[in-house]
Design a protein around this ligand. Structure first.
Ligand code: SF4
Length: 299
């Protein structure tokens, strides 16, 4: 039994619940790890997906409450979704994905299970896992929890969703998100150092910060980009994403549209002016907004 689950402070919400006794905090998870899908995924940034795909493991539940979540069928479901897995089984899943040709293991939204994930990664490494481990997160993290992963994660892939506490509260139920995300990304960059690519152009180490543009928040995007440039400069890569797709936005009609070409072009110009490097999306990739079926495949 992982002691971190008995008074849970694994994420900034610090609910303090005893998950080993079946209690659930904001994220909705008890101490049993649930995985919704494990499969080769072709739609990450090119140096992560490569030609054969990223070995992606989607975890159920989430510490954020984004009103626009594309994965809500697993993130906000009240009951557990997917399949229960032990750390031993998760280690096996990693080995199976490696055997299928995955360029890396890509753990999506795993922080509420961080102690179990760390154990699984140690087991997998001992069994011969030799591809990079990517930690794919919404960015709402504590430094303490990230330190459980120090030496086990090669590439961090955090979101930096908002600069403004107001928007973070309004759209993700986390007004303290910006402060925690900045500290968390600082810790990630400390752990990984600057980006390193292998001979095939695949990312084997580093931190890639994702920012998904939201309708009407161009000013917030500008502040996020400026903050990244000032704090981490060329020690990080930045993925500026325009693939936001509205879905059931009755409660937030201001979000019920896509990002326009003009909005994206303005952000791209700022990206360039600030000297950032990383990944941009062309118009066609909007249609690649990809929601996999969370069908328990590979679990
Ligand atoms: S991981 Fe879940 S239970 Fe733990 S502090 Fe965060 S939201 Fe609360």
């Amino acid at each position: 039994m992982e002691t971190a689950y008995t008074h849970c402070t694994l994420c900034p919400r610090a609910c303090g619940v005893d998950r080993t006794a079946g209690a659930r905090g904001f994220c909705g998870a008890d101490d049993t790890m649930y995985v919704a899908r494990a499969a080769l995924h072709p739609w990450e940034e090119p140096p992560i997906s490569g030609t054969r795909g990223s070995g992606t493991v989607f975890f159920a539940h989430c510490t954020l409450g984004c009103v626009f979540c594309q994965n809500r069928s697993i993130s906000r479901r009240g009951a557990d979704s997917g399949k229960a897995v032990t750390p031993e089984r998760l280690a096996e899943i990693c080995m199976e994905l490696q055997a299928r040709g995955a360029h890396n293991i890509n753990l999506v939204t795993a922080s509420h299970y961080a102690p179990s994930v760390a154990r699984a990664l140690r087991l997998a490494r001992a069994e011969g896992l030799c591809i990079p481990v990517v930690y794919n997160t919404g960015g709402f993290e504590t430094v303490e929890t990230l330190r459980l992963l120090d030496g086990l994660v090669d590439v961090y892939l955090p979101d930096f969703k908002y600069y403004s506490s107001y928007y973070a509260g309004l759209y993700s139920a986390a007004p303290d998100y910006p402060d925690f995300a900045r500290e968390a990304i600082g810790e990630m960059v400390r752990q990984t150092g600057a980006p390193v690519f292998d001979a095939d152009g695949l990312l084997v180490r580093g931190t890639v910060i994702r920012h998904l543009m939201l309708p009407g928040l161009a000013g917030d995007t500008a502040q996020v980009l400026r903050c990244i440039a000032e704090q981490w400069g060329d020690r990080v890569l930045v993925s500026l994403m325009r693939q936001y797709t509205p879905f059931e936005m009755d409660a937030h009609p201001e979000l019920d549209r896509r990002i326009t070409d003009a909005e994206y072009a303005e952000a791209v110009e700022q990206f360039s002016t600030l000297g950032l490097s990383g990944f941009l999306q062309d118009g066609e990739s909007i249609s690649e907004s990809f929601i996999p079926a969370f069908d328990g495949e590979g679990v």
